[in-house]
Ligand binder design. Structure first.
Ligand SMILES: Nc1nc2c(c(=O)[nH]1)N[C@H]1C(S)=C(S)[C@@H](COP(=O)(O)OP(=O)(O)OC[C@H]3O[C@@H](n4cnc5c(N)ncnc54)[C@H](O)[C@@H]3O)O[C@H]1N2
Ligand code: MOO
Length: 405
């Protein structure tokens, strides 16, 4: 595998989407449904509010009886009952009568408005009012928020806190959502060591990909378990085969290039089918993907920045769409503060610091410079048909924040 022919980024993405799978559906408590994706339409079981309710603390009365009331022309009413939230009154309000009512309590029969307490004085059961109200004033009508039987949310809606409130008010204590995909992250490389404050042995490298890629998986709504395989064909093969039985998606890092020991794609080829290996992108050219046991396998580079960029280019969309959630890069236009050279026929994802107007790419662009990803808040994307940009050209930018689950 010598990368003599590279797939275009768009073709590689298409090969993945042609093999898109969706997770099963599970029914979970609404307590656990925050940031999940609905796998059913939500049809309201109840009206909300379920009755005409008072929006203020005050007095339920007949609006027409208050007409003309003012500070200089107060009017007198008689208090005949009092209700708090959770109570209701069995009395019917008649002319010149009022019922003390709390915010949230049901409007009693006969009344058609609530006068706020601030515009009244009380002496025993005698109420003096100093303001008029119009019919319907300070009443939240039944079903103004949700109507029983109405479809209030569509399948595939992402459940934020706002949707949770609506779903609960509609009467759902459980909800059907897409299962979180289970991802096995297989880290290859005998040179890798765990983070340590001690001196690191010669030729060893701290395994940072296990942290970045796992976190990116979790940032895409999925669950990630890590395993460490060695570098040999058999070790990687065992790990991939095992993972393909119990996990929905497999990701590997390392061993994607062409030197001895870069066995990952050989394993995919042996166990299943390679969809692509080698893409006209920078960083991350040796990116690959394949199918083993019906499961998507993403093979990322060992180089930390290449692996993160490859995840963004290929895996994020796959994980989102597995859970019924659409994903596309949200491109915004920015003015490039620097000249950016690129090569025709290759798509570049260039780390950049962008604000509301401008983008400035990070100068140290090596695929091992994790700090460049930390400094950056965005990618400038240079299409394969562009040869780069001059200073002050408008460029396509994707903000990292727009990629998150
Ligand atoms: N002759 C060629 N050589 C290379 C090519 C090429 O086209 N022709 N492509 C280069 C590109 S681009 C990349 S990217 C890398 C990809 O290499 P591998 O995927 O085979 O990765 P490794 O060789 O295993 O490791 C590369 C580098 O990354 C470090 N590494 C590996 N795993 C981790 C980890 N879990 N955490 C942190 N760092 C890790 C590893 O120690 C190496 O330093 O190939 C180029 N070569
Ligand atoms: O992606 Mo490689 O890291 O382009 O050098």
């Amino acid at each position: 595998m010598f990368f003599s022919k590279l797939d275009s980024l768009s073709n590689a993405i298409k090969l993945i989407s042609d093999n898109q799978r969706v997770t099963d559906i599970e029914e979970i408590s609404i307590h656990d449904a925050h940031r999940r994706v609905l796998a059913e339409d939500i049809i309201a079981f109840h009206d909300s509010p379920p009755f005409d309710k008072s929006a203020m603390d005050g007095f339920a009365l007949i609006a027409e009886e208050t007409f003309g009331a003012s500070n200089s022309a107060p009017k007198e009413f008689r208090i005949v009952d009092a209700i708090g939230a959770g109570d209701f009154s069995s009395k019917t309000v008649k002319d010149n009568e009022a019922i003390v009512i709390a915010t949230g309590a049901p409007i009693p029969d006969g009344a058609n408005a609530v006068l706020m307490k601030e515009y009244t004085t009380i002496d025993g059961d005698d109420l003096t009012i100093y303001s008029q109200v119009t019919p319907g004033e300070n009443i939240s009508p039944k079903s103004e928020d949700i109507e029983k039987g109405q479809k209030i949310l569509d399948r595939n809606t992402f459940i934020r806190y706002q949707e949770l409130g609506l779903i609960a008010s509609a009467g759902y204590d459980t909800v059907k959502v897409y299962k979180k995909p289970k991802v096995k992250l297989i880290i290859t490389g005998n040179e890798l060591v765990e983070p340590t404050k001690e001196e690191i042995d010669k030729a060893k490298i701290i395994n940072s990909n296990q942290f970045t890629i796992k976190a990116m998986v979790e940032d895409s709504g999925a669950i990630c378990e890590i395993c460490h395989a060695g570098d040999t064909f058999d070790e990687v093969k065992d790990a991939v085969l095992e993972a393909s039985k119990d996990y929905d998606v497999i990701m590997t890092t390392g061993g994607t290039a062409i030197s001895k020991g870069d066995v990952v794609l050989d394993v995919v080829d042996d166990l299943g089918e390679i969809l692509f290996h080698g893409v006209a992108i920078r960083p991350g050219k040796p990116a690959g993907a394949g199918i083993v046991n019906g499961k998507m396998v993403f093979t990322f580079s060992g180089q930390p920045v290449a692996a993160m960029s490859q995840f963004d280019m290929f895996a994020r969309k796959y994980l989102f769409e597995m859970q019924g959630r659409e994903f596309d890069f949200h491109i915004v236009k920015r003015i490039s503060q620097l000249k950016i050279p690129s090569q025709l026929g290759r798509t570049d994802f260039i780390r950049a610091v962008s604000d509301d107007e401008c983008a400035k790419h990070v100068l140290n662009r090596g695929s091992g410079i994790i700090r460049s990803m930390v400094e950056a808040n965005s990618y400038i994307i240079i299409d394969e048909n562009d040869e780069g940009y001059q200073k002050d050209d408008l460029v396509d930018v994707v903000l990292f924040d727009s990629l998150l689950w």
